[in-house]
Design a protein around this ligand. Structure first.
Ligand SMILES: *Cc1c(COP(=O)(O)O)cnc(C)c1O
Length: 473
């Protein structure tokens, strides 16, 4: 049989206008807007034209496609109007996974956002006097109280967009035009784009590096101090460790040196732990109060790392120094909105009430391997009963804190290791990501590893169904 000439095939296609007048498409125009539907109709017709051009469709295939044009347009409109930011299930065991949004918010934080953000609020309004207020008060009173409980008084806190902004603003306020002394062992890069030397340059301060990668002594700092020196900077090595032949002066000694020379000292903590981390088996990660107690003038830390709140950068320190930072015109460009204040206030309230389990990231850190093992066993039982092609093992492993925090900390966990007949681990993992909601797992040594530490218990059943579906397709 002779194939129909392509021009005959093209003739079977309606024009965009004709397509828009088909009843189902016209209804779509009503509900979703003419511009969205017109664009989708154009794209659908264009795809069909390309398929004809490539010779992959015969006359009957074109007729079939033309019959399905209305639903193809509807699918495309729905796709283009669906949100792109969507929930995923984190089965990696990395608690503060930067690519997956770091800390999931506490229930109370979500409620506060709902209550406060959909209506007007007293964000910058003093209700008693009826006059303009400051947005800072909403977080200030709680951080002051939490620090007070640790015996730290006279400490003020301001909030900016993230810790990178906190470092930039602090350096710019305290050291613009002068020199800042930092150890070569602390010139860190966090998450690709935050590099201490680059942030320093943008702050207008001059980086004065001292010591070596593995060893820096107090005397190295002292030798570098001159009349241009404005600040000593300590940067927490939050995403790597230096082991072996190493030396770093204790923070207290650095503070004493700064005092002796009438200089200020800033610590970029990265994570802002407000719990006793040793209690969950994490050591070497200083808390906000460890740092302030040592006498540091200002500390900066993230809201969405160990604190477990929204993305934010907190700057805590001596009130007079923090007031100067607050008065910097750059603050206006880096400040946060009511959503962040609402979520941060609720998160800090959970700390004030000692209700640590209300904060998902903290709760996940505190889960024991036994608890995780029990859930893993229940999931394994379902999978083994229903998916004969699947091999399921329970193996000991480690969850990590992630987010550039406590690089050396490994929290013992029980992993589910999956292998599926006729399916590579990468393919199985890809199928889990294609699930709705997507499930993100680790792949190691030819196995898909699921760590339930970072999975909310109510998501266990979703994982079971998704794995069964993926393995039985
Ligand atoms: C994470 C981190 C930063 C950057 O913080 P963001 O909140 O991601 O902007 C800066 N410094 C240190 C030491 C960090 O750990």
């Amino acid at each position: 049989m002779k194939a129909a000439p392509k021009k005959d095939l093209y003739r079977k296609l309606p024009s965009v206008d004709e397509l828009l007048h088909q009843p189902e498409v016209a209804a779509l125009v009503e509900s979703e807007g003419r511009a969205n539907v017109t664009e989708a109709a154009r794209q659908v017709l264009e795809t069909l034209r390309q398929e004809i051009a490539s010779g992959s469709l015969d006359a009957s295939a074109v007729e079939l496609a033309v019959g399905g044009l209305a639903s193809a347009v509807e699918r495309r409109v729905r796709q283009s109007l669906a949100p792109s930011l969507c929930p995923v299930i984190n089965a990696t065991g990395v608690i503060l996974h930067t690519n997956l949004g770091r800390a999931p918010l506490a229930e109370a934080a979500l409620e506060r956002i709902r209550e406060v953000a959909g209506v007007y609020s007293n964000l910058e309004f003093d209700i008693a006097s009826g006059e303009r207020g400051k947005r800072d008060v909403h977080v200030e009173r709680l951080t002051a109280r939490l620090l007070n409980q640790e015996g730290l008084t006279g400490i003020a806190t301001v909030v900016v967009n993230n810790n990178a902004a906190a470092v930039l603003l602090s350096l710019n306020t305290l050291a613009e035009g002068g020199e800042v002394i930092v150890s070569r062992g602390e010139l860190v890069e966090i998450g690709g784009s935050f590099r201490i030397p680059d942030v320093m340059a943008k702050s207008g301060a001059v980086l004065r590096e001292v010591g070596t990668t593995n060893r820096t002594r107090l005397a190295d700092y002292e030798k570098a101090i001159n009349e241009r020196t404005r600040l000593l900077l300590r940067v927490h090595r939050s995403n790597f460790q230096i082991v072996g032949f190493t030396e770093q002066p204790p923070l207290e000694d650095l503070v004493a040196l700064a005092r002796k020379h009438k200089l200020r000292i800033l610590e970029d903590l990265g994570s802002g732990a407000m719990i006793e981390l040793r209690s969950v088996g994490v050591s070497g990660e200083p808390s906000v109060w460890d740092s302030l107690r040592a006498g540091v003038d200002v500390v900066t830390y993230s809201g969405d790392k160990l604190l477990g709140g929204p993305q934010a950068g907190l700057i805590s320190g001596q009130s007079e120094t923090v007031a100067r930072i607050r008065a910097n015109p750059l603050f206006r460009a880096l400040r946060v909105d009511k959503l962040t204040y609402a979520a941060l206030e609720a998160t800090l309230l959970a700390y004030a009430r000692q209700d640590h389990n209300a904060i998902p990231a903290v709760r996940m850190m505190r889960l024991s391997a036994q608890e995780i093992g029990r859930r893993a066993q229940a999931l394994a039982d379902i999978l083994l009963a229903k998916a004969p092609r699947l091999e399921v093992e329970m193996v000991g492993g480690a969850s990590v804190i992630g987010g550039g925090a406590a690089p050396g900390a490994a929290l013992p966990t029980i992993l589910l290791a999956l292998t599926c007949q006729d399916l590579s681990a990468d393919e199985l993992a890809a199928r889990l990501r294609a699930h709705q909601p997507p499930i993100v797992a680790r792949v190691e040594q030819g196995k898909v590893l699921l760590d339930l530490r970072t999975v909310f218990p109510e998501q266990d059943a979703i994982i079971a169904a998704a794995v069964l579906h993926a393995a039985c397709q």
